[in-house]
Design a protein. Structure first.
Length: 228
């Protein structure tokens, strides 16, 4: 996914013709293959054609990410959802995370909806040049050297706030999330953290996320864990 990470972009204009049955079946099959960041957190992913909410985007299809309410649930969904985002972009399908959107109805038996993602045939260029990314520099969002940090830097985030910080240390990457004042923004920062960690995982030969006990705290940030 290295090439896709360096050219993907969020698509906000779509051809409203629905994807064919074979393509939707391919998406369903890929949903079954996603790997969670935290296997003990229950989640589900549905496909729908209608969502609602502030800043909602008109698209032929949407993924609805649901999860039980548990510590790490937002990071888990971000990690899972970004796997699908990259897969769809590689498959020629446009996507966009929709932080403020939700399905039009909630089934009583379903897990609570957490976030949505639009997808479909792009109505604008699907990819961009590396130089077109508007992101913080590595110096602004990290310390130490690790080639995987560039992938994390290019990860999408709510309002492009990039509320993360990474410290590379001898093959390990410590991940921090900026504290947000508003509850909704804090939730989105957690999802964004999972998205960025997904990009790191995609460029890692092996991947494991753990939490160190005696970690150096960073003022204004929460410690998420260490990738090794």
């Amino acid at each position: 996914m290295r090439e896709i990470i360096r050219k993907r972009k969020s698509i906000r204009k779509y051809d409203m013709e629905p994807l064919d049955a074979a393509t939707l079946e391919m998406v369903q099959e890929q949903i079954k293959k996603v790997k969670p960041l935290y296997p003990d957190i229950r989640f589900s992913i549905d496909i729908t054609n209608k969502t609602k909410g502030m800043f909602n985007i008109k698209a032929p299809h949407y993924l609805v990410f649901r999860s039980e309410k548990k510590d790490g649930a937002e990071e888990n969904i971000g990690f899972i959802g970004q796997q699908l985002d990259l897969f769809l972009a590689k498959s020629g399908i446009g996507t966009c995370w929709l932080g403020a959107s939700k399905p039009e109805s909630q089934e009583a038996s379903a897990l609570p909806s957490m976030i949505c993602m639009s997808f479909g045939k792009p109505g604008e260029p699907l990819y961009r040049e590396y130089s077109e990314f508007k992101r913080k520099s590595l110096a602004e969002m990290s310390e130490g050297a690790d080639e995987r940090l560039d992938a994390a830097r290019l990860a999408p985030s709510g309002m492009n706030l990039q509320n993360w910080f990474f410290v590379a240390d001898n093959g390990k990457i410590h991940c921090y999330r900026k504290k947000a004042k508003l509850g909704f923004m804090n939730k989105m920062a957690c999802v964004d953290m999972g998205i960025a960690i997904c990009h790191i995982a995609e460029e890692s030969e092996s991947f494991n996320l753990t939490k160190e006990v005696n970690i150096t705290e960073r003022k204004g940030y929460f410690y998420t864990g260490m990738v090794s």
